[in-house]
Design a protein around this ligand. Structure first.
Ligand SMILES: O=C([O-])CC(=O)C(=O)O
Ligand SMILES: [Mg+2]
Length: 545
């Protein structure tokens, strides 16, 4: 018989343990905790324990164990110290947590579904202890974790990290979340050779076998968890697009790297373009955007940025003309030939010259107002590149979006220095602010963490049958419009992360409205609420530690 001890705080702020076994109902005990364990003092104790560790990965391990042992305290701490703790439980430290997962492993968290379970996935899902409460799952197959490549089953911390932000950022109940890592093998030879590696010791299965597995998995998920929304995370590029298209009309799912990243960058770009156009006196519709990187995130962002131009009156064809892609072979254009399917839409029809591989030459040709990096090439935006952008634009937009920090195309302090403080900047991972000419400059964090909690919360509360493009766009416009006067005056592109709950509530409300418009909502009672009532309703649904 398993005995589970769950800590909780009584009305006097004293910690007690609930003892639950499978056979008995929870009962309250005396004598199993120290006599004067005060909740407020324990908060201070936990924060001091956290800060006493000098390595970020140690802090991550501490916080992971705290989340397991005392989820209330973990989320209290996270909400009270959002900007300190987010980088420890999420990007960038979560990247190291994934890389070292098989070394640092302590206790299981989440659900592992492996290719060996094919044909009986239902049985595995039924082992999840809180089936009825399940509302949101983040599912990865570990094949492209952040910019770190194929990490196999070591990808589990990314699902856990994203879900911790669902709880902290949008008030989803911790017991409603299911982190899932699919194990379809790994092509990472270092892991296959590592005796500590926790996943199957085999290469990834063929794409046909994977698709059969995914079909069974999705069918069983929908059967076992009828109220569940699924977020696909960090699948390799081809599979990200493939399974998004395959399942998005059948089940409530979205892909965070394609759609979440797209939406967050669109929001930041809307605010950046206002600043940049104010300086150049050029109309908003005349921006030209150059992408370095044409993977799932790059093309997902480019797709989403199309709506920036269509919202400003351009046709779809005209909008597409404002966007240029560069991949590992250089500028993407038709005459280059043999392009991957997902790159074809943005491939240039108008360029007829030789292959162009040098980024400086491409900048000279395109004259972009904005340079976006989703290439995972550290240092790709070097001094000559950034200076070229500054020579073309009074306020160049430069977004090195690759994650984690060590793969960023450039760092904030470099961009500030090389543009003499004129850059309008957002990165995927956090960078410290910079003082320049007596003024404090703040980097934007164009990370999908601003979008997915609110988008997911809205889809869950609307009980959406699918996640439409209009819901994703609504999340983006909701985020872009959420800046306070003070944030606008400080040239911020995104709101301060401390306001994440307020922002998630606003985003969720706009997403619910979009779901209603698209006719995919099932929460009929929400249709008659005024906007103010809807926002209040969303806030009332948020779990508080
Ligand atoms: O996790 C993050 O920080 C953002 C993201 O989805 C990725 O880089 O794949
Ligand atoms: Mg991701």
């Amino acid at each position: 018989m398993t005995i589970v001890l769950t800590p909780y705080w009584d009305s006097n702020g004293v910690q007690k343990l609930k003892v639950a076994s499978q056979a008995t109902r929870p009962k309250i005990t005396r004598g199993l905790t120290p006599p004067s364990l005060d909740q407020n003092i324990h908060f201070v104790r936990c924060l001091a324990q956290l800060r006493s560790k000098d390595k970020d990965i140690e802090k991550n391990i501490y916080l992971t164990q705290l989340k397991d042992a005392d989820p209330n305290m973990f989320y209290k701490l996270s909400l009270a110290h959002m900007s300190e703790i987010t980088p420890l439980i999420y990007t960038p430290t979560v990247g190291d947590a994934c890389l070292q997962y098989s070394q640092n492993y302590r206790r299981p968290e989440g659900l592992f579904v492996s290719i060996k379970d094919k044909g009986r996935i239902r049985e595995v899902l039924q082992n999840w202890p809180r089936i009825d409460e399940a509302r949101i799952s983040v599912v990865t197959d570990g094949s492209r974790i952040l910019g770190l490549g194929d990490l196999g089953v070591n990808g589990m911390p990314i699902s856990c990290g994203k879900l911790a932000l669902y709880v902290a950022g949008a008030g989803i109940r911790p017991s409603s979340t299911i982190p899932i890592c699919l194990d379809l093998g790994t092509n990472n030879q270092t892991y296959l050779d590592d005796p500590l590696y926790l996943g199957l010791r085999q290469k990834r299965v063929s794409s046909d076998v994977m698709t059969e597995f995914m079909e069974e998995f999705m069918h069983e998920m929908a059967t076992a968890f009828p109220k569940l929304l699924i977020q696909f995370e960090d699948f390799s590029t081809d599979n990200a697009f493939l399974y998004l298209e395959k399942f998005r009309y059948k089940y409530p799912i979205f892909n965070d790297d394609v759609q979440g990243t797209g939406a967050v960058v669109l929001a930041g770009f809307i605010n950046a373009a206002k600043l940049s156009s104010a300086a150049s006196n050029q109309p908003l519709s005349s921006h030209r955007i150059l992408f370095l990187g044409a993977g799932s995130a790059g093309v997902g962002v480019a797709m989403q940025l199309m709506s920036f131009f269509t919202l400003h009156g351009l046709t779809v064809d005209e909008a597409r003309e404002r966007i240029y892609l560069v991949d590992s072979q250089g500028l993407v254009f038709d005459e280059r030939g043999s392009l991957a399917e997902h790159k074809k839409f943005f491939s240039r029809r108008d360029y007829k010259g030789p292959k162009m591989t040098n980024l400086l030459d491409i900048i000279a040709l395109v004259k972009p107002t904005a340079l976006l990096g989703l290439s995972t090439i550290k240092g790709a935006f070097n001094q000559p590149v950034v200076e070229a952008m500054a020579a073309l634009n009074p306020r160049p937009i430069i977004f090195p979006l690759s994650n984690p920090v060590k793969l960023s195309e450039c760092e904030f302090h470099e961009a500030v220095e090389w543009t003499d403080g004129k850059v309008i900047f957002a990165s995927g991972s956090p960078f410290p602010e910079q003082e320049h000419d007596g003024r404090m400059l703040y980097p934007g964090q164009g990370n999908n963490m601003y979008i997915f909690p609110g988008l997911g919360l809205g889809a869950i509360l609307a009980r959406a049958t699918s996640v439409t493009d209009s819901m994703v766009e609504a999340s983006s416009l909701g985020l872009a419009g959420s800046l306070t006067k003070e944030e606008i005056a400080s040239d911020l592109l995104y709101p301060r992360v401390e306001r994440i709950r307020e922002i998630s509530a606003q985003i969720a409300s706009t997403v619910i409205r979009a779901a209603q418009k698209a006719g995919v909502d099932r929460s009929v009672a929400l249709r008659n609420k005024t906007d103010a009532q809807l926002l209040e309703f969303v806030k009332s649904k948020m779990w508080q530690p």
